[in-house]
Ligand binder design. Structure first.
Ligand SMILES: C[S@@+](CC[C@H](N)C(=O)[O-])C[C@H]1O[C@@H](n2cnc3c(N)ncnc32)[C@H](O)[C@@H]1O
Length: 270
């Protein structure tokens, strides 16, 4: 039986999720709580200052408990390698969809490695947005446990609303976002990408990485990119991530974004 929750009772909040099933929500919360308890039952010195240990522990727990929504070392490694090869070094990462912080921790750890532990001094930041406050709180606990709380900031809000606030407060500025990681609900990928375009967040060489864009799918998002985008032009690379816990979801889609002559324009062939 599928139970439907009234809008105001949905922990995932937004109207678009009005038909989200209670059982799926409960499952995600139960799983996140179990992971949180497991991590905090282990000695804290195993993780403080060692965020990769925490990323690996989350991944192992996800694998052991057959939970597909977080961790997944191969896709984290793909993005980490992309970030590591960026020149100049990335400083600002924006993520929609934190869950319990598995990927956000990996981006924070990557920035820390790139700046040899001095990421704070150079204003390197990950802003990760999670619509569910309970999950956002658990993610913050884990980020703090790893000592990354100054680098990785989790906001509990609807993704683009948080982003608009960050821009209004000058925390995120035009042409400063090095990586946009889309990992929330696929139907939001295109509208949320358009908000980023509208806010002029990308610069030449910015990366947009969209998890699961092809399967189960963000068809409108892919079509938009394939037709040349709108205000921004994109290059497309499809990278297959092996070892995914969910066999139907194996690809990471990514686009490079180019700004020519400081004017956002559409011109692409895929
Ligand atoms: C696939 S999980 C994220 C996994 C995480 N990136 C990781 O790799 O560990 C998707 C998350 O997106 C959140 N979410 C869905 N729609 C959102 C939105 N519009 N803004 C922010 N978060 C959203 C959900 O609550 C859920 O926790």
């Amino acid at each position: 039986m599928i139970l439907r929750a009234p809008l105001h009772k949905l922990p995932f909040g937004h109207r678009a999720r009005a038909t989200y099933t209670i059982s799926k929500l409960t499952y995600a919360h139960d799983w996140a709580t179990a992971l949180h308890e497991h991590i905090f039952s282990l000695p804290a010195d195993r993780f403080w200052g060692k965020p990769w240990n925490l990323v690996a522990t989350i991944d192992n727990f996800a694998k052991a408990n057959n939970f597909p929504t977080t961790g997944q070392a191969p896709r984290l490694e793909i993005v980490r390698d992309l970030l590591t090869s960026m020149d100049p070094k990335p400083k600002l990462i924006l993520e929609f969809g934190t869950f319990i912080g598995g990927s956000a921790l990996a981006w924070g750890a990557t920035l820390q490695d790139l700046y040899e532990g001095d990421s704070d001094a150079v204003d390197a930041r990950v802003y990760s947005v999670e619509i569910d406050p309970q999950l956002a709180k658990m993610a913050r606990d884990l980020i703090e446990l790893a000592g990354l709380e100054k680098v990785v900031l989790v906001l509990d809000e609807y993704g683009t609303e948080a982003l608009r606030q960050l821009c209004a407060e000058d925390m995120v500025q035009e042409r400063r976002v090095d990586l946009l990681f889309l990992d929330h609900w696929e139907e939001n990928y295109l509208p949320d990408l358009k908000v980023c375009e509208e806010l002029k967040l990308f610069h030449v060489g910015s990366l947009v990485v969209a998890d699961n864009a092809d399967c189960p799918g963000a068809k409108d998002f892919l079509n938009y990119l394939r037709k040349g985008g709108g205000a921004v032009s994109y290059e497309n690379e499809l990278i297959e991530s092996t070892g995914h816990a969910r066999p139907t979801v194996i690809n990471i889609f990514m686009a490079r974004i180019f700004l020519k002559h400081c004017v956002y324009h559409a011109n692409i062939s895929l």
